[in-house]
Design a protein around this ligand. Structure first.
Ligand code: GDP
Length: 526
């Protein structure tokens, strides 16, 4: 391949950062995202930052169910430029619309930003999303938000992060006061203080200091607060984890930043540090080993399929993460599963209202492809015909229901719907050896609703769903005799004929694990 392409690739890859934001609803994800986009002057928004904003929603053409509920069913992608960097943010949806897509989106990110509400600490959804990031070993950056409110003691919060999430932390900056007393944050590396002014969130005012004992801080914070902050910072210097870039890169140490997103306080310093420390697009594993982003042959994989973005054409859009090479509109790629070569002539990035045709894109970027029904989650598209990326993990569902068709004559359409929606990753399907009905498993309630809606509107099938009491699913690996499991659980088969045990509670799961020490109980499909 020609030299110029290689150097162009190296340059474009070097500019890019692709990350996902993980947080519990209301921690401030939307607010922080909006501030980040403002710093950069957003160039592209996929969907809206958050669908619940009704006005924006009316102009977009998401599926009916989204309009009714005012939320976005699938996570979206945003892109902006900042000081020579190109940043891709992958949004992970909030509580009502939490789904397996949320987890899969994390597989397309190279790092994650975890937002924590300073008053609430580590919350349930953050924990779940964090675990998926941990599984991949990607770097995690923490933003402790809402410093303008009375929150918990910062040491408490750090301890919780370490205890609950099992990751070491290194505060990059430290609050000088909180709530009403908040006057600034002290940057431990640059030795400067960013001043807090709640009346002027546009201007970012920074004062150089000689250290945390600088009289300037004392003057600003008062003796009492300054004494306290000095003690805290001394303690951190002595007893805290040192900054270690390698550990950050391995996802073993999280750099922690304090701030207040709504006041635009601490956001820019967070962004700049993040851009310095976060990895450029990383390699992905395949049957041919790791595929580096700077390899000149184009490759990518599909991590999400979104249906019915435009109800007028019942189309689906497949989201592709570019792994290597340069993407150009009209490029011919090989789709291994269908054994076909295809021309990608209408690739898109998305604006809130219009879809933008992409002319070129590089590793780390996400593009949308029209999908006439040929793509599946995890599919590889590549110039190299023999390349196949490793499959995306299938995550353990937490909600289950039994499905029956109301009209037996519709069985064929029903089966087609089940197959396609499983391919798209909308639902997971389990079967039992004993009866015809299938069991659906999902991680978020909305997936059931989408399934029901699409069965009716796309496949013309009315179904009945009955909720089941299971809470946990574990893939069983080893010498499994399903009959022996019956006491505490139900054993079913997934679409690849793997055994999966469903449990009603944690106790039942634990006792089965103890009873069968030779069997592995996996949280993701083998
Ligand atoms: P999301 O659900 O995580 O996207 O949270 P939002 O960004 O929608 O924020 C939830 C609420 O917290 C909103 O009312 C925000 O205005 C508010 N909020 C966000 N950041 C801050 C902050 O720094 N301080 C305070 N006091 N409120 C904030």
């Amino acid at each position: 391949m020609s030299k110029p392409l290689q150097s162009r690739l190296a340059e474009e890859v070097g500019k890019r950062r692709t990350f996902a934001i993980i947080s519990h609803p209301d921690a401030g994800k939307t607010t922080l995202t909006e501030k980040l986009l403002l710093f950069g002057g957003a160039i592209r928004l996929a969907g809206t930052v958050k669908g619940r904003k009704a006005a924006k929603f009316a102009t977009s053409d998401w599926m009916e169910i989204e309009k009714q509920r005012g939320i976005s069913v699938t996570s979206s992608v945003m892109q902006f430029d900042y000081k020579g960097h190109r940043v891709n943010i992958l949004d992970t949806p909030g509580h009502q619309d939490f789904s397996e897509d949320t987890y899969r989106t994390l597989t397309a990110a190279d790092s994650a930003v975890m937002i924590i509400d300073s008053a609430k600490g580590v919350e349930a959804q953050t924990k779940k999303l964090f675990q998926v990031c941990r599984m991949r070993g990607i770097p995690i950056f923490t933003f402790i938000n809402k410093l303008d409110r009375e929150g918990r003691d910062p040491f408490d919060l750090l301890e919780e992060i370490e205890q609950v999430l099992g990751i070491r932390s290194h505060p990059m900056n430290w609050p000088i006061g909180m709530g009403k007393q908040l006057c600034g944050i002290y940057d431990r590396h640059k030795q400067q203080v960013e001043l807090f002014d709640e009346n002027d969130t546009e201007k970012i005012e920074v004062t150089e200091v000689s250290g945390y004992d600088d009289p300037k801080i004392r003057k600003m914070a008062g003796e009492h607060l300054h004494d306290q902050v000095q003690q805290e910072l001394e303690l951190l210097d002595v007893a805290g984890d040192d900054f270690d870039f390698e550990k950050v890169r391995q996802g073993e140490l999280t750099p922690v930043f304090f701030g207040s997103a709504v006041n635009n306080f601490g956001v820019q310093t967070f962004l700049e540090n993040f851009l310095t420390l976060a990895p450029t697009p990383t390699a992905r594993k395949s049957n041919e080993g790791e595929v580096e982003p700077t390899e000149t042959k184009f490759s990518g994989y599909i991590f999400k399929i979104q249906a019915n973005m435009n109800p007028a054409h019942r189309d689906r859009v497949a989201f592709l993460r570019i792994v290597s090479g340069k993407f150009e509109r009209g490029i011919s790629v090989y789709h291994a599963r269908s054994n076909k070569t295809m021309k990608l002539s209408q690739p898109q990035q998305f604006l809130a209202q219009d879809r933008d045709i992409v002319e070129e894109a590089f590793p780390g970027d996400i593009i949308g492809l029209f999908d006439p029904g040929v793509f599946r989650i995890g599919d590889t598209l590549a110039e190299d015909r023999s390349l196949a990326f490793d499959e995306l993990p299938t995550f353990s569902p937490e909600l289950f229901c039994k499905v029956t068709v109301k009209n037996a004559l519709k069985h064929k359409q029903y089966q087609k719907g089940i197959d396609q929606l499983t391919d798209e990753g909308t639902i997971q399907v389990f079967k039992t050896p004993h009866f015809e009905d299938v069991i659906l498993g999902v991680v978020g309630q909305l997936q059931f609703e989408v399934f029901d809606y699409r069965m009716k509107h796309e496949y013309g099938v009315d179904i009945q769903m009955q909720r089941l009491n299971y809470q946990f699913a574990r893939w069983l690996v080893g010498d499994v005799d399903p009959n022996k499991f019956r006491i505490n659980s139900t054993v079913v088969l997934d679409k690849n004929q793997n055994y999966v045990a469903l449990f009603e509670n944690e106790y039942a799961m634990r006792s089965s694990m103890e009873k069968f020490p030779d069997i592995q109980f996996l949280e993701t499909a083998p």
